[in-house]
Design a protein around this ligand. Structure first.
Ligand code: GLN
Length: 478
C-alpha cells in the first residue's frame, strides 16, 4: 500500500514517530495526482509548490520537537468554493475564473494553522449547484471506482480525490447533500456538521441559511480528526455558534450498545434502489446485533423537503449571486457600449452556466411581489414542519438512519438533460440542511460494483453521536 492510500490518522502516527516525512507523503500524493488526473479530473488548481513548502515546514516542526496537531503534515484538498489566499478560487464558474482571494476561509486557515498541507483546489458543480460535478468549467470529475460514472456532487472533486489517493482528506461544503452524496457515490465517509459548527467565513455563498463546511475522508476517525481542527466559534461569522468544542475523536471507541436509532418509514419507500435498501438494512442488522436498539419512526413531512429546499435554495442563490455584475469581481464581458445595464446583462449571461442561470431565474421568481407568499413564505413554513418532525423523533431516539441516496451512481451525461431527475437525487439529504442537523454518510455495501451509502443523522451539535455510530459500524462491518 502506498502512503497516499493510507488513512490520515495512521499517517499522523507515522509522522509523529518520524517513520515517514511529510515531504515523502506529499510526494506520494503528488505522484498519484500525476497518474490519475488525466482520467479523474478532480482538481481545478494544483498547488504543488505551496504543498511542498508547507510539507517541509511541517517536517521542521516535528524535527524541532514542537507540539503539533495530528493534522501537521497531512495533504488536504480544498473545494474550490472556499477562499484560499493567493490561490485562484473559481467555484467552477467562468464568472470567477481568475478570482484570487486576499484571505483564507476560516476553516482553511484553521487547517493551515494546524500544519495541513494544501495540495490543491477541487472540482465542483458551479457554485455548488448540482449533484454530479458535471456543471463545471473544467468538465466533469469521473468516479474513481468506474470512470464512466459520476462521482456525485457538488463536492465531487473532493470525494474523488480522497477515493483515488489524490488527497488524504478533503474539505467540502454541503447545502443540500453535497458532502454526503458524493461520499456515498465514491464509497468514502463524509460529515456535514450542524449549521453554525464550522465558520462560513470565506465560503462563497450559495444559500446562506443552508450552507455548511465539512469533511470528506476515508473513515469516521479521519473525519473526526479534521473536524477537530476546523470547527469553533468565529466572531467574524454571525451565524457561527458559540458552543463548546468537544474532542470529536474521544467518543469513537464507545460503540453502539444501548443507543437507540430510528428508521423513518417515509425513507424506505418506492423509488429507493433495492440494492441500496438491502445494504442499509444489512448494516442496521449488524448494528442491532452489536447492541443498538432499532425502532421505526415517522417523519411525516419528508415528502415536502425537495420542493421546499429548491424554493429556499434558489431564492437565496438569486440574492447571493447578484453581486457578480462584472464590476466587483472577476469576469466582465467585452461590450462596445458604455451602457452599464447592457454590461451587467452580457457579463451575467456569459459568465454563468445554464444550471446557475436556471436557479437565479427560479429564485427571482419565487421572491417576486405576488409570488413571495405563495412560494417562498410557504416553503419557510414547511421548513419549520420538517424541523419539528426531527425534534419529535429525537425525543425518542439518539440518531436516525437512512440511505444517503435513492439511487446508485449514474452514468456521466445520464441526468444532464433532466434537471428534475437530478434534483431528486437529494431527496434524503436536503431535510438535514433545512433543519440545520448534522449528518454523515458511510459506505454500507456494494451493489453491481458500485458503492451504497448509509446516512446517520444526529441532534443539533451532537456530531459526537453520529461519529460514534459511524465508527462503531466501520469496526463491525470489516
Ligand atoms: N444538489 C443540491 C443542489 O444542487 C445540493 C448541492 C449542495 O449541497 N451544494 O442544490
Amino acid at each position: 500500500m502506498e502512503l497516499c492510500d493510507k488513512k490520515a490518522i495512521e499517517l499522523a502516527g507515522l509522522l509523529k514517530k518520524k517513520e515517514i516525512s511529510s515531504r515523502e507523503l506529499t510526494e506520494s500524493v503528488l505522484k498519484r495526482m500525476d497518474q490519475k488526473e488525466p482520467s479523474i479530473n478532480a482538481y481545478i488548481s494544483k498547488t504543488k509548490e505551496i504543498a511542498l513548502k508547507q510539507a517541509d515546514e511541517a517536517d521542521r516542526r516535528i524535527r524541532a520537537g514542537e507540539a503539533v496537531s495530528p493534522l501537521n503534515g497531512i495533504p488536504v484538498a480544498v473545494k474550490d468554493n472556499l477562499c484560499t489566499q493567493g490561490i485562484k478560487t473559481t467555484c467552477a464558474s467562468r464568472i470567477l475564473e481568475n478570482f484570487i482571494p486576499t484571505y483564507n476561509a476560516t476553516a482553511v486557515q484553521k487547517a493551515i494553522n494546524d500544519g495541513a498541507v494544501i495540495i490543491g483546489k477541487t472540482n465542483l458543480d458551479e457554485f455548488g449547484m448540482g449533484s454530479s460535478t458535471e456543471n463545471s468549467i473544467i468538465g466533469p470529475t469521473h468516479n474513481p471506482i468506474n470512470r464512466d460514472y459520476v462521482c456525485g456532487g457538488s463536492s465531487g472533486g473532493s470525494a474523488a480525490a480522497v477515493a483515488s489517493g489524490e488527497a488524504i482528506i478533503a474539505l467540502g461544503t454541503d447545502t443540500g447533500g453535497s458532502i454526503r452524496q458524493p461520499s456515498a457515490f465514491c464509497g468514502i465517509t463524509g460529515i456535514k456538521p450542524t449549521y453554525g459548527r464550522v465558520s462560513r467565513l470565506g465560503l462563497i455563498s450559495y444559500a446562506s441559511s443552508l450552507d455548511q463546511i465539512g469533511v470528506l475522508g476515508k473513515s469516521a476517525d479521519d473525519c473526526a480528526m479534521m473536524l477537530n481542527s476546523i470547527c469553533g466559534h468565529d466572531p467574524r461569522d454571525t451565524t457561527s455558534a458559540n458552543v463548546a468544542k468537544p474532542d470529536f475523536t474521544s467518543s469513537l471507541e464507545k460503540g453502539v450498545k444501548g443507543l437507540r436509532a430510528g428508521l423513518p418509514k417515509e425513507y424506505f419507500v418506492e423509488g429507493l434502489d433495492k440494492g441500496i435498501r438491502d445494504s442499509v438494512m444489512n448494516a442496521v442488522k449488524l448494528l442491532e446485533k452489536d447492541g443498538m436498539e432499532i425502532e421505526e419512526i415517522s417523519l411525516p413531512n419528508a415528502s415536502s423537503s425537495i420542493s421546499s429546499y429548491y424554493l429556499i435554495a434558489t431564492a437565496e442563490a438569486s440574492s447571493n449571486l447578484a453581486r457578480y455584475d462584472g464590476v466587483k469581481y472577476g469576469f466582465r464581458a467585452d461590450t462596445e457600449t458604455d451602457d452599464a445595464v447592457m454590461m451587467y446583462e452580457k457579463t451575467r449571461s456569459r459568465g454563468f452556466g445554464s444550471e446557475v442561470k436556471r436557479r437565479i431565474m427560479l429564485g427571482t421568481y419565487v421572491l417576486s411581489a405576488g409570488y413571495y407568499d405563495a412560494y417562498y413564505l410557504k416553503a419557510q413554513k414547511v421548513r419549520n414542519l420538517i424541523k419539528s418532525d426531527f425534534d419529535r423523533a429525537f425525543k425518542k431516539v439518539d440518531c436516525i438512519i437512512t440511505p444517503t441516496t435513492p439511487c446508485l451512481p449514474f452514468k456521466i451525461g445520464e441526468k444532464m438533460a433532466d434537471p428534475l431527475q437530478m434534483y431528486l437525487v437529494d431527496i434524503y439529504t436536503v431535510s438535514l440542511n433545512l433543519s440545520g442537523l448534522p449528518g454523515m454518510s458511510v459506505k454500507c455495501g456494494t451493489v453491481d460494483g458500485l458503492p451504497a451509502g448509509m446516512q446517520i443523522i444526529g441532534r443539533p451539535f451532537d456530531e459526537e453521536m453520529i461519529l460514534r455510530v459511524a465508527s462503531g459500524y466501520e469496526k463491525i462491518s470489516v
